[in-house]
Design a protein around this ligand. Structure first.
Ligand SMILES: Cc1ncc(COP(=O)(O)O)c(C=O)c1O
Length: 363
C-alpha cells in the first residue's frame, strides 16, 4: 500500500512566499550589484532603520530614534542581543510557560535563573497577575513577554501588560517584548505593546522579525529596538556576536515595511479561517484544543491517551506520515500537549485531522 504523502507541521514556517515587493526589491538590489552586494556602507542599513521607525510610529504607536534600531539576521539574534545587553550569569528573569522553547534554551545557556509562572489553561492561558510580585527577588533583572504567545497564541490584555509594567517599574526590571506575531491577532483581541504604556518604552526592548509577518523565515531578517539605557551595550553585543542581514535583504525589508500591509491582512484572515476549522475539528475528537487569540498555533491536550508528547508525535509520524510538534519543549508542565502550526491550507489540515483520528482510534 503506498504510504500517505508526508505532511510536515512541526515548525512555524509559513506555507507561502514573501510578498512580491520583497522579492522584487532583493532581486533588483542583486542585479544592481555594487554596494548592494558588498558590505554596503552606512546608508543601506540606515534606510532600513528609518523604515522601522516609520513602521512603529504608523502601526504600533511609539516613536523611536533611528539609532535605537539594530538590524539583525532574524529575531533569534535579536533575542540574544536583548538578553546579553541586560543579563549576566546568576541573574534572574521572569517568563511564562508554556513558552517558545528557544527562550529557555538561550537563558539556560547564559546561566540565567528562570522564574516561570504557569499560564493557567482554565483562564485561556492568561496571566495570574495577582501573583506576579511573588516571583521577584533581589536578583531579578528582567521579564520576558511573548505577545502573542507561542505556543498558546495568548494576546495579553492591557491590564496584564500594565501589571507587568508596574512590576518592572517597582523593581527596575527590563522588559523583553517578543512581538514577532503582533500582526496575527483574531476576533476582538488587540495587541498592546508595553512601549505604548506610560514610560515603559524607557525599559522595553522590542524583538521583531520578518519571518512570520511576511513569511520570510529563510531570509533571516529581524531587528531589536533598544532604549537608551541599554543601547551602548546592545550595540557592542550586536557588533561582536550577532549576524547582520545580507545587504540586498535590507531593501526587501524596507519594501515590506512601507507597503500597504494587504499581504499581511490576507494572511491574517487565512490563519483565522484555518484556526476556526482545525481547533474545532480536534476539539470534536475529544482532545481539548485551545481556540487561540493570536499567532498561528493550535495547541491541544492529548493527555487522555496517556502518552508522553514525544511518543505521541513519534508514533503518529510512523503510523500516518505526519509530523507535529511535541508540547514538552514548551515547558516542564506541558507533557501530553501537542502543537500544530496553521501553516497548511484547510484541505491539508482536513487530511491531518483524518490521520490523527485514524491514529488515535487505534490507541
Ligand atoms: C516567539 C518567537 N520568537 C522568536 C522566533 C525566532 O524567529 P526568527 O529567528 O526566524 O526571526 C520564533 C520562531 O518561531 C518565535 O516563535
Amino acid at each position: 500500500m503506498p504510504s500517505k504523502p508526508y505532511v510536515k507541521l512541526n515548525a512555524g514556517d509559513p506555507d507561502v512566499e514573501a510578498p512580491k515587493c520583497a522579492v522584487d526589491a532583493a532581486l533588483d538590489a542583486i542585479k544592481k550589484g555594487g554596494d548592494w552586494t558588498h558590505y554596503g556602507g552606512a546608508e543601506i542599513p540606515k534606510q532600513f532603520r528609518l523604515a522601522v521607525v516609520d513602521y512603529y510610529k504608523k502601526w504600533i504607536g511609539p516613536e523611536y530614534k533611528e539609532s535605537q534600531v539594530i538590524p539583525v539576521a532574524g529575531s533569534s539574534a535579536a533575542l540574544y542581543i536583548a538578553m546579553a545587553s541586560v543579563l549576566k550569569e546568576g541573574d534572574e528573569i521572569i517568563l511564562w510557560e508554556p513558552s517558545y522553547s528557544n527562550h529557555y534554551v538561550m537563558l539556560r545557556d547564559m546561566g540565567i535563573k528562570m522564574k516561570i509562572p504557569e499560564l493557567p489553561r482554565e483562564g485561556g492561558y492568561h496571566m495570574d497577575i495577582d501573583k506576579l510580585a511573588s516571583y521577584v527577588t533581589k536578583k531579578t533583572k528582567a521579564v520576558l513577554v511573548c505577545n502573542p504567545n507561542n505556543p498558546t497564541g495568548t494576546v495579553y490584555k492591557k491590564r496584564e501588560i500594565e501589571a507587568v509594567g508596574d512590576l518592572a517599574e517597582d523593581n527596575d526590571l527590563a522588559i523583553f517584548s517578543d512581538e514577532i506575531y503582533l500582526h496575527y491577532v483574531y476576533d476582538n483581541n488587540k495587541f498592546v505593546a508595553p512601549s505604548t504604556i506610560g514610560s515603559l518604552r524607557e525599559r522595553t526592548i522590542n524583538i521583531m522579525s520578518f519571518s512570520k509577518t511576511f513569511s520570510m523565515t529563510g531570509w533571516r531578517l529581524g531587528y531589536v529596538i533598544v532604549p537608551d539605557k541599554y543601547l551602548a551595550k546592545a550595540q557592542t553585543v550586536a557588533k561582536v556576536t550577532a549576524p547582520r542581514p545580507a545587504t540586498f535583504v535590507y531593501p526587501a525589508g524596507v519594501a515590506c515595511l512601507r507597503s500597504d500591509f494587504k499581504y499581511v491582512e490576507d494572511r491574517r484572515k487565512e490563519y483565522q479561517a484555518r484556526r476556526d476549522y482545525f481547533t474545532k475539528a480536534i476539539d470534536d475528537m475529544g482532545m481539548p484544543c485551545h481556540r487561540f487569540e493570536g499567532a498561528f498555533y493550535a495547541w491541544f491536550d492529548a493527555r487522555k491517551y496517556g502518552l508522553k508528547s514525544d511518543d505521541f508525535i513519534a508514533r503518529l509520524e510512523k503510523a500516518e506520515n505526519v509530523a507535529l510538534s511535541s508540547g514538552a519543549g514548551f515547558g516542564t508542565k506541558q507533557e501530553g500537549f501537542i502543537r500544530v502550526p496553521m501553516t497548511a491550507p484547510i484541505p491539508v489540515l482536513k487530511d491531518v485531522v483524518e490521520r490523527v483520528k485514524s491514529f488515535t482510534s487505534k490507541l
